[in-house]
Write a protein that binds this ligand. Structure first.
Ligand SMILES: [Zn+2]
Length: 407
């Protein structure tokens, strides 16, 4: 196992200082949604240029770099996102390095990172961890991923004796807003498979995610003076609430985990004459995912007939389960487990109750398993990352590249 810890830490902390919190309200309006992301993307392009990679940064606002191979083998890629979440403040990050962590609770500004709530901390007693100062998130999601990729690439540049095929890297904006992959230079991608480095604990490799759809339901009522409304008034608010009530409560996010999918009414607004309702559909299984979408349409149809209101449904597929592309190209996952074994690391295959940028690439048939960053408590004030895990992840990246050399 190579010890790249010092350089990874320096690089990661430097990237956390860029204010790259994305803004979901501007998804599809501005790309990237926040100017800070562009600053970091430009910086990353510059750093890849300095390392001697062929780079591309165009109107898609995705940084792409190719490290030319010095050996035969399939081209493979690695991907991470520059933006951070806005669940808590994501800008103004002041990272704190806790050297040789002693196993006790960590007191931050206003919040405590308690061992009893974070038993994983005890796996890293004696090694270094990084937190924010407690007033912001840390941004290991996904700047740890970027630092891991950059250090692995730098290692190959510094060690020309190490054989490798062409390696591509991709840095995307706006993953957290779900719009990151709406523009992607697909025609430039040469990678046989493309690993995202956007996971959490190092015990898990993720090869499956949800199928996801957003259903926007537009309801139109008919207004009348309420005193003379009998048999005439059509109330959009009533229709919307009836649709929500008809959704099975046992199949909601708050009632499910593991492999169970769900219906989730997430936004409801309007008046008696006009209302909109947004429902999220999530399922690992494609057939039951489609069944859920059809079920909502049936409910809408029934309510529309019952109340004689006009209801339209607009269904947008957000992403599909990446399992299919990963199963069709089993070597992509095999590379992870074989390389991990060589490094003395063991993982389990886990499922993501969400999506990744890779899920969007997987729709084009490219296998995109997700590797760990070592980050924990993502999107929160008590986010922390294990330096040891980041080092393991960078070694895993190099191991995977080695796996593909000569294939
Ligand atoms: Zn992420």
């Amino acid at each position: 196992m190579l010890d790249l810890k010092k350089d990874i830490v320096e690089r990661f902390i430097r990237y956390t200082k860029y204010d790259t919190m994305s803004d979901g309200n501007l998804a599809g309006v501005r790309r990237p949604t926040t100017p800070g992301q562009e600053v970091l993307l430009e910086k990353l392009k510059e750093e890849l240029d300095e390392l001697g990679l062929e780079t591309y940064y165009g109107e898609e606002k995705v940084v792409m770099g190719t490290l030319k191979g010095n050996a035969e083998g399939k081209t493979i890629g690695f991907m991470a996102h520059v933006d951070t979440a806005d669940d808590v403040m994501g800008d103004g990050v002041k990272a704190k390095l806790w050297e040789k962590y002693d196993g006790s609770d960590i007191q931050l500004d206003g919040v405590t990172l308690a061992v009893k709530d974070n038993p994983d901390l005890l796996k890293y007693v004696g090694s270094d961890i990084i937190t924010s100062d407690g007033t912001t998130l840390l941004g290991s999601d996904d700047k740890a991923g970027i630092a891991i990729i950059m250090e692995a690439i730098k290692y190959l540049v510094d060690h020309p004796e190490v054989k490798h095929p062409d390696v591509e890297v991709y840095f995307t904006p706006d993953e957290e807003t779900g719009s990151g992959m709406c523009k992607f230079p697909h025609e430039r991608l040469k990678s046989f498979c493309c690993y995202t480095i956007d996971g959490g604990d190092e015990s898990e490799i993720e090869c499956e995610c949800f199928n996801a759809a957003t259903m926007k339901i537009n309801l139109e009522g008919v207004s009348y003076h309420l005193g003379a409304a009998r048999g005439r008034l059509v109330n959009a608010v009533t229709m919307a609430s009836q649709i929500v009530s008809a959704l099975p409560q046992a199949e909601s996010p708050e009632a499910t985990d593991g492999r169970y999918g769900y219906y989730c009414p997430l936004e409801l607004s309007g008046t008696g004459t006009k209302a909109t309702l947004t429902i999220f559909i999530r399922d690992f299984d494609l057939d039951s995912f489609n069944y859920r979408i059809e079920s909502v349409k049936s409910i809408v149809n029934a309510i529309s007939l019952l109340y004689k209101g006009k209801i339209t449904v607009d269904t947008q597929i957000s992403y599909h389960n990446m399992a299919e592309a990963n199963k069709n190209n089993p070597e992509a996952t095999e590379a992870i487990f074989a390389s991990g074994k060589k490094l003395g690391l063991s993982f389990e295959e886990a499922i993501i109750r969400g999506g990744t940028d890779g899920a969007r690439l997987a729709e084009t048939g490219v296998a995109c398993p997700n590797l760990f960053t070592g980050g924990h408590n993502l999107h929160s004030l008590t986010e922390w990352v294990s330096v040891e895990s980041m080092n393991h992840s960078a070694n895993l990246v190099l191991g995977i590249i080695d796996f593909w050399t000569g294939r």
